[in-house]
Every structure is written in structure tokens, then in C-alpha cells.
Design a protein around this ligand. Sequence first.
Ligand SMILES: NC(=O)c1ccc[n+]([C@@H]2O[C@H](COP(=O)([O-])OP(=O)(O)OC[C@H]3O[C@@H](n4cnc5c(N)ncnc54)[C@H](OP(=O)(O)O)[C@@H]3O)[C@@H](O)[C@H]2O)c1
Length: 293
Amino acid sequence: MSTRPRILLTGANGQVGWELRRTLSCLGEVVALDSRAMNLADPDVVRQKLREIAPAIIVNSAAHTAVDKAETEQERAYAVNAVAPGVLAEEAARLDALLVHYSTDYVFNGSGNAPWREDDACDPLNVYGASKLAGERAIAASGCRHLIFRTSWVYGARGSNFLLTMRRLMRERPELKIVADQVGAPTWCRDLAEATALALSQVSACGFDQWGVYHMTNGGETSWHGFAEAIQALDEFDETCAPSHLLPIPSSDYPTPARRPLNSRLNNDKLEQTFGLRLQDWQAALALCMSEK
Ligand SMILES: NC(=O)c1ccc[n+]([C@@H]2O[C@H](COP(=O)([O-])OP(=O)(O)OC[C@H]3O[C@@H](n4cnc5c(N)ncnc54)[C@H](OP(=O)(O)O)[C@@H]3O)[C@@H](O)[C@H]2O)c1
């Protein structure tokens, strides 16, 4: 009889969730659910599914990630980002399961220039960040064994993200105005999924008890404008298409419904000290991601 643990994965069609399907598969039997299979906005459905599947590990990569929309969809953002993680955590505690969850640099207000540490004071500027922080707190309050990985500026070869939007717009418009005063680390969803599986394999291999929040991003830093320049430098344009001129602008020239932090740098030392894991620099990750056809 197999003793492989059952791993329930939410958000299985999301950027990170899609990659987790593969990386978690070496650790156990993955039950991958999308929003149709389990709507996180319905706590009764979540409880029922959890009791039916009885996982040993829950990996919650689902979230309401539309940052601007969340300003006008507060109820939905809180249901998915705050209430649902709390319900998952309560069920994890009941099953003695381990909960892995993802959070965001947007729990911080973006002041200063220093990379944020895990125990720095949170002060979100927008509804998305506030709802994600409420999710973190609900998990901590449940008493379940948990790992919360805060990450930033996630992209990959599929889904909806800055990389794919830029590659399209660079072929459509002669000039693009890109925010240059928000600084953070673009993070490849594949690296997050690999590091999550590596951390999990360590947790199950020894008497691990350092539950809590960890920052997990690719190394280095840049602005959205710097990210766009790197994408353009790596992209291939045919001779009929002149790539756009990339104009750096301040956030104040690009008003959005949700305010965003200027300093999104996250300090990843705790992840390295605890798990011996450090993700590659963002430029190397971007080059690898873009080298896949
Ligand atoms: N994207 C970023 O830049 C970023 C930055 C920092 C932190 N994070 C965090 O990283 C994690 C992964 O993000 P991601 O970029 O992979 O997100 P994503 O690509 O937007 O995927 C999120 C997934 O959540 C699912 N979802 C949304 N509402 C749901 C509901 N009511 N019930 C069940 N599932 C629902 C969606 O499922 P369906 O497709 O089935 O609707 C979607 O596949 C999230 O916790 C996010 O907050 C992301």
C-alpha cells in the first residue's frame, strides 16, 4: 500500500498552481483543484471538500489577484484571500495537516529603501494587500502548522502577467510609458514552485518546527521599467516590427484604482537560513523563462 501523502492543491490553473502540479507530484499524490472543483468563496464547500479529501498537506496557491479590481470587489477579495485561508487553516488544524500558503509584498506600505523582513510592521496600501494580510493572520490564529511564502511580481509563460502583457504591447505600440519608481523582484512562478517543493521535502524529512512567514522572491531588484527593458532585450522581434520606445515615468503619472508600494524589496535571508534555499537572480530566471518556446 502507498504511503505517499495526499496533497490538496488549490488554484491549480494559476501561474504558481500550474507549476506546483509538477513539483509537488514527487512528494505525494496531488489532488489539483480549480475554482470550479472547489469555490473558495464558499466556506461550506471548502469544509466539505477538505473532509472528503482529508489531505496531509494543503497548498493554497489560489487567490483573488486582480489588484485594481479588488478595490471595487472588496467582498470577493476578502472571501477568497482572507476568509478561505482561515477555513483551510481550521480544517488543517482539525486534520493535523500542514498548510502552505502564498502572500505578497503588498502587505507593506513601501516606505524606505531597505528590503522588508518577515517581522517588519505591515501596513497595506490597497484592498488586495489588506485582504492578503487578513488571510495571513487567520492562518496564524488557527494554530495549524503552516508556511506562508510572501512573494512579489510573479510572472510565467502562461496566465496573466507583466511579461506577457509587455511582449504583446511592444509589438503594438511605438511608445510605452512604464513606472520606474516602484522597485521589487520579478519572480518566476516556476522557481517559486520548485522552492516550495524543496522546502516541503525538508519539512517532512526532519522534526521541523519553524512554522510561519518566509519571504521568497528571485534575487536582485529592479523597477517595472527595468523589467520591461530586460524583457525587450531578450525578446526576438522580426524585421517588420520595431520594438517600442520604453519611457520611464513616476507612479504619479500612472494613476490606478489601487495604490502600490514604492519599495517592494523583500529580504530572503530567513528562507536561506532555515531551508538553505535562495532563488536565482531575476535576470537569470527571466532568461530561462523566455528561452522556452
Ligand atoms: N501574481 C503576482 O504578481 C503575485 C504577487 C505576490 C503574491 N502573489 C500570490 O501568489 C499566489 C499565486 O498567485 P498567481 O500569480 O499564481 O495567481 P493567478 O495566476 O492569478 O491564479 C490564481 C488562481 O486562483 C484561483 N481562484 C480565484 N478565485 C477563486 C475561487 N473563488 N475559488 C477557487 N480558486 C480561485 C483562480 O482559479 P480559476 O483559474 O479556476 O478561476 C486562479 O487560477 C497568490 O496567493 C497570490 O496572492 C502573486
